[in-house]
Design a protein around this ligand. Sequence first.
Ligand code: F6P
Length: 342
Amino acid sequence: MRVGVLTGGGDCPGLNAVMRAVVRKGVQAYGYDFTGFRDGWRGPLDGETVRLDIPAVRGMLPRGGTILGSSRTNPFKEEDGVRRIKDNLAKYEVDALVAIGGEDTLGVAARLTDEYGIRCVGVPKTIDNDLSATDYTFGFNTAVTVATEAIDRLHTTAESHMRVLVVEVMGRHAGWIALHSGLAGGANCILIPEQRFDVEEVCGWVTSRFQASYAPIVVVAEGAMPKDGQMVLKDETTDSFGHVRLSGVGEWLAKEIESRTGKEARTTVLGHVQRGGTPTAFDRWLATRFGLHAIDAVRDEAWGSMVALRGTDVVRVPLAKATEKLKTVDPALYEEAGVFFG
Ligand code: F6P
């Protein structure tokens, strides 16, 4: 059996750890051979491969990014996409594919399996943790750890200058990173895409924090939006999913806070720092277990399945489930955090 492996979508700490586990168990336990495909679905589309064997994955457990490269290429948007993939799988004698990715990558894997009989197994990844089929995705814990460390550091500089520090974290559609890092870092308030915020209320929290002689830290997810009427139309932008969002919400909010409270405010946009570098121990553990279970799914010919975490168990769910529903922050969880606001 020759198994192809690809990583698609935004990179995420733990991708190499998944591959290492897939290859180590695949070679040692089942005697499989592997072919890496470069840049997500672009690899099988264009026939671009990377050597993938035990020496190639040596030392990969702590390494961020992906040695295979990644892209958001979608074969269904390319001319003759499915035929090109089939031809290249035949050319390289690849019998099955392990696709590691988010909604888009796994959505393609689901269609290729269900509609075209291409034998795929999926491994979910996203730092956003917004896939409903799994309790956690690897990469999320690393992103939260990076954001929490940044918030810890921002506390001391905020206090030294008695300024407001607004921290913009990733999360276009779900506020998991904001909620977890905001709670872990002791933020003054946390703003998430799931709940529109009231700028006046945020300013009230900021003011009360100053009255208690603390400098406020405001954590805002990049997809958070103020209530209707609190921003001017030119601030809006439409993202690649067709969702309206406020571009540069952190910068925008700091300006609003300054003008409404008279307090100095600064913004830190954490951006891709949250996605780069070495995965945390938790993410290495989760990525490794996902890899081990994914190659077992190949051995069991469980085509069209995806590995997922349920509690502490790794289970198999249909690949189609990965794209079924976005996992957003439960309002009760957000309300629970609200006791610390202000
Ligand atoms: O989905 C992962 C993610 O990092 C989001 O949190 C973020 O909004 C987006 O990807 C950024 O995408 P890009 O790297 O293409 O700018």
